[in-house]
Design a protein around this ligand. Structure first.
Ligand code: ADP
Ligand code: 5GP
Length: 186
């Protein structure tokens, strides 16, 4: 199980999709969120988009392995989604924040490899958030404010990788996957 976290806009989604394309044994865990879909996002593929009442009912019914409030919206990993992927014997890739990583890490039986992705610097992050062209100014501002706190969480991870050149970054993650699989002899 691979956890990828990063400050928003550092490139997790892009990297996750590339890893899944190159390693079809990996399935990306599709989270639930109360955030509104971006223009290019598809329900059930990028996220399960649900409203706050439904999300809170799922929390009450203990349907999440982990959940967190991020930038004013709920995000969570449902037990059903994960168990479904595991049943089919796939590897899982989690694109979750540091709070989710902390909660998942408490399940000692989960063999997690945790990678923290950083942008080369904050200016580049701002450029990426703007060029993604999916969030308004206010949302981008909120994400840049969180950056200063987010980067302090690197210590909770097994590896820290700087996503400067995308292909280099993906290839470093692939090396980690191969080495980890050899170590645990899956
Ligand atoms: P996150 O999922 O971490 O919020 P995204 O994967 O959505 O980030 O990436 C944010 C933007 O940065 C996207 O427009 C993406 O194409 C771009 N991007 C990702 N990696 C790089 C890179 N190494 N160099 C330049 N742009 C990148
Ligand atoms: P975005 O709104 O850009 O898609 O995601 C915002 C943040 O929420 C990112 O850091 C992303 O990794 C995180 N995130 C997405 N899904 C989950 C989840 O299920 N749980 C947690 N804890 N964080 C998530």
């Amino acid at each position: 199980m691979l956890v990828l976290s990063s400050p928003s806009g550092a490139g997790k989604t892009t990297i996750s999709k590339k890893i899944q394309q190159k390693h079809p044994n990996f399935k990306i865990s599709v989270s639930h969120t109360t955030r509104k879909p971006r223009p290019n996002e598809v329900d059930g593929i990028d996220y399960h988009f649900i409203n706050q009442d439904n999300f809170e009912s799922m929390i009450d019914d203990k349907k999440f392995y982990e959940h967190a409030k991020i930038f004013g919206n709920y995000y969570g990993t449902s037990k059903a989604s994960v168990d479904n992927i595991l049943k089919k014997k796939y590897d899982i890739l989690f694109d979750i924040d540091w709070q989710g990583n902390k909660q998942l890490s408490k399940f000692k039986e989960l063999k997690l490899t945790k990678i923290f992705i950083l942008p080369p610097n904050k200016e580049e992050l701002q450029i990426r958030l703007k060029s993604r062209n999916q969030d308004n100014e206010e949302t981008i501002k909120k994400r840049l404010i969180e950056y200063n706190k987010d980067i302090l969480k690197w210590k909770d991870y097994d590896y820290v990788i700087i996503n400067d050149n995308l292909e280099n970054c993906v290839s470093q993650i692939e090396k980690i996957i191969i080495n980890t699989k050899e170590k645990v002899k899956i």
